[in-house]
Unconditional design. Structure first.
Length: 287
C-alpha cells in the first residue's frame, strides 16, 4: 500500500489490487490539464500515421543521399510514452540508419568520464537518425530527485548544457528535444496496467514505485530543467501525452515540419494541435 497526496487529498494506492481505484480511473484522462475527454479514434490515428510514415521514409531517403544527421531526445516522467513514440517514428525506417539509444546506468569507467561523454559516442553519423530514449537529462530529473548526483553536479549540469547543445547544433546536426508530459492519475493508471500485464510488468521497476511519492520533487526538477535549458538554438518541445495516439502524431509532425527534404508534402503532414504541442515551457509548468 502506498500513501499519496493527489490534488491535495490523501490517497491510498495498492498496485497489487487488480481493480483500479475510481479516483484514478475517473480523473486519469483529464489529469495534467489535458484538454480532450477521449482517445483519438483508432481509424483516424492509423490513417494519419500512415501518411506520416510515408513522409518519414522520404526524409530518410533524403538523409542517406545528403548526409543530413538528425538527433531526437525523448524525455518525460515514467510511463509518459517515450518508447511507443520512438517506435512510431522508427516503424518503417531502415533500422541501421534510425538507431535507438537507451543507456543503462553508467559503468565505473563511465562514472569517471566527462558526464556527456558516453552519450556523444552514440551521436549520428552521415545520413543517420539517432533517437534517445532518455538522455543526458537524467541528471536533471531522476538523478537529483533520487540522490544519484550531488547538488553541485546538478547545478553544473544545468549551467553547462545550453553550451553543450549549442555545439551540437553548430556541428550541423538537426537536433530536437521532446518532453512528453503525462498527468499524475494517468501515470498511476499506466503503472497499474503494467503491474497486471505479464507482457509489460518488466517496465515497472522499484525506482518507478518509489517515484510515485516524489511527484512534486520531479515537477520542481522538471521546471528547473526547462527554465535552464530551453534555448534559441535547442528549444524544448512540450507534448501532452495522456492520449498516446495524439502525442505520437504531433511528435512526428513536429520533426517533419522542421525538416527540408525532397518530395515533402505539407498537406500530408498536416497541422500541429495547439492543445497538444507547444514550444513554450509554460505550457505544462504546474501540471
Amino acid at each position: 500500500m502506498i500513501e499519496l497526496t493527489v490534488s491535495g487529498k490523501k490517497r491510498a494506492l495498492d498496485l497489487d489490487d487488480p481493480k483500479l481505484p475510481d479516483w484514478v480511473s475517473d480523473d486519469a484522462f483529464s489529469s495534467g490539464d489535458y484538454h480532450y475527454n477521449k482517445k483519438l479514434k483508432r481509424a483516424d490515428y492509423d490513417g494519419q500515421l500512415e501518411s506520416l510514415h510515408l513522409e518519414l521514409v522520404k526524409l530518410q531517403k533524403h538523409r542517406l543521399e545528403s548526409g543530413q544527421r538528425i538527433m531526437i531526445i525523448f524525455e518525460g516522467r515514467d510511463a509518459a510514452g517515450k518508447g511507443g513514440t520512438i517506435g512510431a517514428f522508427r516503424q518503417y525506417l531502415k533500422p541501421r540508419h534510425a538507431r535507438i539509444v537507451a543507456l543503462s546506468k553508467p559503468t565505473e569507467t563511465e562514472q569517471g568520464q566527462w558526464y556527456y561523454q558516453r552519450y556523444i559516442t552514440h551521436f549520428p553519423t552521415h545520413g543517420d537518425m539517432t533517437l534517445f530514449d532518455r538522455s543526458w537529462y537524467n541528471r536533471a530529473g531522476v538523478e537529483p530527485v533520487m540522490g544519484f548526483c550531488s547538488i553541485e553536479q546538478h547545478r553544473q549540469f544545468l549551467s553547462q548544457t545550453p553550451a553543450f547543445e549549442k555545439g551540437i547544433v553548430d556541428e550541423g546536426i538537426s537536433f530536437f528535444k521532446i518532453w512528453l508530459n503525462v498527468g499524475r492519475e494517468m501515470q498511476i493508471k499506466r503503472f497499474h496496467g503494467r503491474r497486471h500485464n505479464p507482457l509489460k510488468s518488466w517496465k515497472l521497476s522499484p525506482i518507478d514505485i518509489k517515484a510515485l511519492g516524489k511527484w512534486d520533487e520531479y515537477t520542481k526538477a522538471r521546471n528547473q530543467m526547462l527554465a535552464a535549458t530551453h534555448s534559441t538554438s535547442a528549444p524544448w518541445t512540450i507534448i501532452r501525452s495522456n492520449d498516446k495516439r495524439r502525442a505520437r502524431l504531433n511528435a512526428i509532425r513536429h520533426v517533419l515540419l522542421n525538416m527540408d527534404y525532397a518530395g515533402k508534402n505539407i498537406s500530408a503532414i498536416g497541422a500541429l494541435d495547439p492543445q497538444i504541442i507547444s514550444n513554450d515551457p509554460e505550457f505544462i509548468v504546474g501540471a
